[in-house]
Design a protein around this ligand. Structure first.
Ligand code: FMN
Length: 153
């Protein structure tokens, strides 16, 4: 199965995390990493499972590299019925009022366009003790189990 690992990042953490996820899944799945800056939401396909990884910046916004994707999905309003995804957010509880709002916003945009979410949104807190991959890799393992279970049902 094809897995698209799409990141929105300002300083590289989300991109590095996608590389870690690719290393974890690469033996079993056909993974492809891309910046959201290079993705047109209208091209999201039903035969691919998407894992979005994004940080939060500004006043609870998506990072600048993901803003063109946000603009396109709001402007084009594509019908994403049948597109399946999971989402992992990187944030920092120092920004308590906007903690991980970027991933929340992206999740809501995809759901509003009728994409199907697998599992719950994964969250990393840069103020905590865990590295992003310590949280994300077990989360990904659980997501892929749920995806396989959904396929078998
Ligand atoms: C200027 C600045 C603003 C930030 N704003 C938020 C925020 O509003 N909410 C949040 O949860 N994290 C916020 N963060 C934390 C980042 O999302 C976090 O450090 C993340 O790991 C960065 O990942 P990236 O390198 O992929 O962009 C901010 C960080 C910086 C430097």
């Amino acid at each position: 199965m094809k897995v698209g690992l799409y990141y929105g990042s300002e300083t590289g953490n989300s991109e590095m995390l996608c590389e870690d996820i690719e290393t974890e899944l690469g033996g079993e799945y056909d993974c492809h990493i891309s910046s959201l800056a290079d993705v047109n939401p209208s091209t999201l396909a039903k035969d691919t499972f998407y894992i979005f990884v994004t940080s939060t910046y500004g006043n609870g916004d998506l990072p600048s590299t993901a803003l063109p994707f946000e603009e396109a999905i709001l402007g084009q309003a594509p019908d994403l019925s049948g597109v399946r995804f999971a989402i992992f957010g990187l944030g920092d509880q120092v920004f308590a009022e906007t903690f991980n709002h970027g991933s929340q916003k992206l999740m809501q945009m995809l759901l509003d366009r009728k994409a199907e979410m697998i599992g719950v949104r994964g969250l990393h807190d840069a103020s905590g003790f865990d590295m992003p991959e310590d949280v994300a890799l077990p989360w990904v393992a659980g997501i892929m189990e749920q995806l396989q279970a959904a396929k078998a049902a």
